[in-house]
Design a protein around this ligand. Structure first.
Ligand SMILES: Nc1ncnc2c1ncn2[C@@H]1O[C@H](COP(=O)(O)OP(=O)(O)OP(=O)(O)O)[C@@H](O)[C@H]1O
Length: 280
């Protein structure tokens, strides 16, 4: 039987080292495709790091290699000092699609982890109930996914990602299917859950605002084949407010990243508002 960490004590994530990692798909064919140039990133334990970049630049490829679900072409990845050579286990993974099972209630969906990983059910149950309460979802525990709104389903999926208290969390555009308001709400939920136990989070998003709202650090990637072209420490206090737009420090980070995209030709269009006659 697996073990669950002492859920009362402090628990933080583990460091992740990515050194000279690249990916070539179809290596053995006459048309190999370079999805990722060499990437090197040192992620300290407990850091919340986001990756932003144009569609197809290799964000998911990088994440899958960290998870041990995809072989790297060159380089080395270690999680907590151990080389990743097979799927890592002390991990919670979340994708855009919430992937809940229709025939299980929200609670039973969350408990799937206990069943699959052979964790002590009573401990996981206690932790699951706590998380449902924190996310204001206790009333939804015994409902089926079809009876829940999109935001509720995604929060249940968040609970399932976190319930076994993983040291590493990998999230690939987890809020992409949500409406803008729900997305803000779930973002602050994720931040508050992360702040309690501080796992190491690698978060992929298309939303620059979301990355700045959540992260300690943001990697900006170039278009395909991807490489890290900016590595930004986000020095903003936590918890961050749900609406960040007005804060000039927040806007400065967003602006910096948008300008990188503009420079890379990822963002097109009018880059400056036209001057209004008489305006200062
Ligand atoms: N198994 C594969 N075989 C061949 N090419 C692949 C494979 N998986 C991904 N690719 C290609 O590698 C590139 C990077 O894909 P990846 O999914 O990592 O990008 P991404 O940045 O996550 O994109 P998005 O933001 O759209 O999800 C893309 O051009 C994709 O088509």
């Amino acid at each position: 039987m697996g073990t669950l960490h002492n859920l009362q004590g402090p628990r933080s994530g583990v460091p992740i080292e990515i050194r000279n990692v690249s990916k070539l798909f179809g290596e053995d064919t006459d048309k190999p495709f370079r999805a990722l140039k060499e990437v090197s990133v040192s992620i300290p334990q407990g850091q919340f790091i986001s990756v932003v970049g144009a569609s197809g630049c290799g964000k998911s490829t990088l994440m899958l290699m960290v998870a041990g679900l995809l072989e790297r072409t060159t380089g080395e990845i270690t999680v907590d000092g151990r080389s990743v050579t097979r799927p890592i286990t002390d991990v919670g993974i979340a994708f855009q699609d919430h992937l809940l099972l229709d025939f299980r209630t929200a609670f039973e969906n969350v408990m799937l982890h206990a069943d699959i990983r052979g964790l002590p059910r009573a401990d996981v149950e206690r932790r699951a109930k706590e998380l449902f309460e924190q996310l204001r979802l206790t009333h939804a525990m015994n409902k089926y996914p079809r009876q829940l709104s999109g935001g509720m389903r995604q929060r249940v999926s968040l609970i399932r990602t976190l319930v076994h208290d993983p040291a590493v969390i990998l999230m690939d555009e987890p809020f992409g299917a949500l409406d803008a308001l729900t997305r803000l709400e779930v973002r602050t939920d994720l931040e508050s859950l992360w702040m309690r136990r501080r796992p190491t989070v690698l978060f992929i998003t298309h939303s620059v605002e979301e990355a700045v709202g959540l992260s300690d650090r943001i990697l900006v990637m170039s278009p395909s084949p991807g490489e890290v072209i900016d590595d930004i420490m986000v020095d903003l206090p936590r918890p961050r407010p749900i609406v960040l737009g007005d804060a000039p420090e927040f806007a400065a980070y967003v602006d910096r990243i948008h300008r990188q995209f503009e420079r890379l030709g990822v963002l097109h269009g009018v880059s400056r508002l036209p001057k209004v006659a008489g305006a200062a």
